[in-house]
Design a protein around this ligand. Structure first.
Ligand code: GDP
Ligand code: IMO
Ligand code: MG
Length: 427
């Protein structure tokens, strides 16, 4: 069967952009199925480096159709600026198709995101402030504006006016400025005009392509531990980032998916608040080394990412909730500098041992990591292009991750560039 889902297994920024770009040439369509401009996917190839937020990372590969599925939310200004950036470099976005069912991130969603965070004070989530929570909340409340409402000037103008009936009350209740429908319309029309060509029935496009035997890659954004249902609630995003989201977020049936590729960073990072059992705090030698060597600063917000040792319990959990068939291990080269490398193999929660994520958040908050220590390899592996070229201790580290996860290793990445990759079990 022709569809593959690529999914983040940890707290995001595992290198999904790099792996998506790497494997895209084997597909006809690359479809994002969730999230919005909170995502920041880096693609580095042929001397160029792009940080993509809305656009599927497969856009760089000629002939591949990029699709933004209905599970995504779209910030028109961000999407248009990405199209301009890519087209300036000769990368065509003409084939892009965006589901008419996608909800649109409006200016007030961003205002409310910031205001809610400010009101929460010390209990804030550390969101990207891209309007994600408020936009998905309107989707669930059934009061949002969708891409299909943008197709005609009059329906778009009317949708804004309807939304503002309640939105202005909500904005005022937070002490925020209210909006005038005409001003919003005029402020967005330039971007909306540019996007009208790509609004489409993408579920139909995907299903027709699958029926014709074409291959589809679903590119996940965010990650398993940020999933609204399976992540560390409330410190999560507002969508289903896990593999199941590929089905509801695109309008294909689950039977068309035969591979689920989990992207696994060789250590752990997290941006924003919430529990992270293996965290090595800023100011500690290990925490600072991982951050600096791994350049762990957010693509979307520039924030320093929290860093820590690899956590096998999380990969176990991700293997289960996503039904992983393969993993791609990224950033192995970042561990080149360590004499010994710790990996968390279990948690101790008040005397009880867990080898996966505990069911209740309160237990996860108290999870104490139980570590095993593996020997480092202390040499530069960024030039290795086959498993055999890796030093023995690096090979053992890869085997350790694979054995614990119980899943085949498809790729090992040893640098940010498309070329800096070792292909293993992937057809
Ligand atoms: P994504 O959100 O999952 O697509 O990941 P990000 O792009 O936010 O963060 C991953 C970062 O690591 C980017 O800067 C990538 O260029 C970089 N990267 C990806 N794979 C590797 C790798 O194997 N080694 C190194 N050193 N960097 C990598
Ligand atoms: P990619 O696709 C890392 C985090 C935010 C915050 C929480 C909620 O690049 O891996 P939101 O703005 O979504 O309401 O924020 O989720 N977050 C991410 N962290 N990578 C991402 O995307 C993220 N998208 C959201 O930092 O903790
Ligand atoms: Mg990212």
């Amino acid at each position: 069967m022709p569809a593959t889902v690529l999914v983040g297994t940890q707290w995001g920024d595992e290198g999904k952009g790099k792996i998506t770009d790497l494997i895209t040439s084997g597909f006809d369509i690359v479809c994002r199925y969730g999230g919005g401009a909170n995502a920041g996917h880096t693609v580095e190839a042929e001397g160029h480096k792009y940080g993509l937020h809305q656009m599927p990372s497969g856009v760089m590969v000629k002939g591949v159709v990029p699709i933004i599925g209905n599970g995504c939310i779209v910030d028109p200004e961000v999407l248009v600026s990405e199209m301009d950036m890519l087209e300036a470099d000769g990368i065509s976005c003409e084939a892009l198709r965006v589901s008419g069912r996608c909800h649109v991130v409006m200016p007030w969603h961003k205002d409310l995101d910031g205001a809610v965070e400010a009101k929460l004070g010390s209990r804030s989530l550390g969101t990207t402030k891209r309007g994600i929570g408020p936009c998905y909340a309107d989707k669930m409340r059934r009061t949002g504006i969708r891409m299909q409402d943008l197709r005609f000037k009059d329906t778009f103008r009317e949708a804004i006016e309807n939304a503002l009936v309640t939105k202005n009350i909500e904005l005022a209740s937070y002490g925020l400025s209210t909006y005038d429908a005409d001003e919003v319309f005029e402020g967005m029309e330039e971007y909306v005009e540019r996007l009208r060509f790509c609004i489409a029935e993408t579920s139909d496009i995907l299903n027709t392509a699958l029926e014709q035997g074409k291959k589809v890659l679903f590119e996940g954004a965010q990650a398993t531990m940020l999933d609204i249902d399976h992540g560390t609630y409330p410190y999560v995003t507002s969508s289903n980032c896990t593999a199941g989201g590929a089905v509801t977020g695109s309008g294909v049936g689950p039977t068309c998916i035969d591979r689920v590729l989990g992207v696994v960073k060789a250590y752990t990072t997290r941006v924003g608040e919430g529990p992270m059992p293996t965290e090595q705090l800023e100011g500690t030698e290990v925490g600072d080394t991982l951050c600096e060597v791994g350049h762990e600063y957010g693509v979307t917000t520039g924030r320093r990412r929290r860093c820590g040792w690899y956590d096998a319990c999380i990969t176990n959990y991700a293997a289960r909730v996503n039904g992983l068939t393969h993993i791609a291990i990224t950033k192995l080269d970042v561990l080149d500098v360590f004499d010994t490398i710790k990996v968390c193999v279990a948690y101790d929660v008040r005397g009880r041992r867990y080898e996966t994520v505990p069911e209740y958040e309160a237990s996860f908050d108290e999870a104490q990591p139980i570590y095993e220590e593996l020997p480092g390899w202390k040499c530069d592996i960024s030039g290795c292009r086959s498993f055999d070229e890796l030093p023995k201790n690096a090979q053992d580290y890869v085997r350790f991750i694979a054995d614990r996860a119980g899943v085949k290793v498809a790729f090992v990445a040893v640098g940010p560039d498309r070329e800096q990759t070792i292909k293993m079990d992937w057809e």
